[in-house]
Ligand binder design. Structure first.
Ligand code: CMC
Length: 379
């Protein structure tokens, strides 16, 4: 007999004890290692936050400098991997390209010295360094261009935008992108993190862990809602059309993209920060008419569905920000992966310390007395 009741989707079933992140869905609080996301978003950087998530403490100045320098030194990808990526179909989805390239890293780098902290650090550095390069490379290659080499004078986020768009971003654009990476870096237990942990629990290498998490994130029920928010705003098209559009969705039980969350029953704290970032970005790059539509959507949804605890989630404003930064909609989920890899690696490292292979059970509901019928006697 199973030890507990079957819960589809493991809803409400704890699968780990973790000290990496904490969410209070009623108060709208998200903390990484005990530090409020708002504080990190104003004071930290993505790489410092990744260090915090993975090693459980803020780095010293020297540790952070060394970490950043190591990552800068590992941003290039091998010719073999670039050659392999050139053979990918240009119509392929960037998430599939990323999953394949992430798995390919495992072919090139030493495997499974998982008990050694140097190995863990080396893998963390390589993965954080190379994932953005691979995303940007595929984005260039699918348009028939060569990949753009990392620019050693630019920091992590500025360099990524440079490799993607071939122009150096304004400091504010790079900073805003860096904050977006911080906001998406970790979010307690979720499908891709769980997938990473199941893969990690077999003690396979970290490249396989990341590749399986990327594959999980790629599905429309997980990453990808921000792309759909943009499509929705375009469909709405004008402020006057917001109310009838939302009323129609509610009447026909159609989900409004970028709203609602399994955990948050108030506005997602990440949406609040992203909205402020969007406003700062539009001051620099010019007004965005879709932002006015988005504000009206938020007003009408709060009026109609606020009583059910349905408010804007992290995906509602991120698409508007990414688009202004010159990022194509089918790259929004890879942006999520570039960032969330920090959380996956944190859970990988946390789990290695207490590892037990995931081997749940099932309730058999099939037949128990089947007979083998020879093929010529089957109807
Ligand atoms: N628009 C309209 N109604 C909604 C929405 C929405 N976006 N979200 C939930 N509801 C209603 C739903 O119709 C249901 O109503 P009723 O009880 O009358 O049948 C009730 O709220 C509960 O909804 P649910 O789908 O059972 O809630 P859930 O916790 O299973 O789903 C969710 C959470 C995020 C999948 C869902 O809110 C949704 O599909 N939102 C739109 C897609 C989206 O924005 N996804 C990004 C999630 S945030 C990223 C992340 O953290 O991974």
């Amino acid at each position: 007999q199973p030890a507990c009741e079957y819960k589809p989707g493991l809803e409400g079933v704890p699968v780990a004890q973790s000290s990496i992140s904490y969410v209070d869905g009623k108060e709208g609080i998200l903390k990484y290692r005990g530090i409020n996301i708002e504080e990190l978003a104003t004071k930290s950087t993505f790489l410092e936050t990744a260090f915090l998530l993975i090693w459980g403490r803020l780095p010293s100045k020297q540790e952070l400098d060394d970490f950043q320098e190591d990552i800068n030194n590992h941003r290039r990808i091998k010719y073999h991997i670039r050659d392999m990526m050139k053979c990918f179909p240009e119509s392929g989805h960037p998430m599939d390209a990323l999953q394949t390239s992430a798995a390919a890293l495992g072919l090139f780098y030493s495997r499974r010295a998982l008990d050694k902290e140097e190995y863990i650090r080396d893998a963390v550095v390589r993965i954080l360094a190379k994932i953005p390069t691979m995303v940007a490379a595929f984005s260039q290659m699918r348009r028939g261009n060569d990949s753009v080499k990392p620019n050693d004078d630019l920091n992590y986020s500025a360099n990524f935008l440079y490799m993607l768009t071939e122009k150096e971003p304004e400091p504010l654009e790079a900073r805003i992108f860096d904050v977006c990476l911080m906001l998406h870096a970790e979010h307690t237990m979720n499908a891709s993190t769980f997938s990473a942990m199941v893969t990690a629990s077999t003690l396979t290498d970290p490249y396989a862990v990341v590749a399986s998490a990327v594959g999980t994130l790629a599905g429309p029920l997980h990453g990808g809602a921000n792309e759909e928010v943009l499509t929705m705003l375009e469909e709405i098209g004008s402020i006057e059309n917001v109310r009838p559009y939302i009323e129609d969705c509610i009447e026909n039980k159609k989900k409004i993209m970028g709203f609602g969350h399994r955990v948050y029953k108030v506005k997602d704290p990440r949406a609040r920060i992203l909205q402020q970032l969007a406003e700062r970005l539009f001051e620099l790059t010019g007004h965005d008419e879709y932002y006015d539509i988005a504000l009206e959507v938020e007003r009408v949804v709060a009026e109609k569905l606020g009583h059910k605890g349905i408010y804007a989630n992290v995906d509602f404003y991120s698409g508007l920000v990414y688009r202004k930064l010159g990022i194509k909609p089918d790259l929004f989920t890879p942006m999520f992966a570039i960032s969330r890899v920090a959380g996956w690696l944190a859970h990988w490292r946390e789990q290695l310390a207490v590892n037990r292979i995931f081997r749940p059970t099932q309730i058999y509901v099939g037949q128990k007395d089947g007979v083998y019928v020879p093929i010529e006697e089957r109807s």
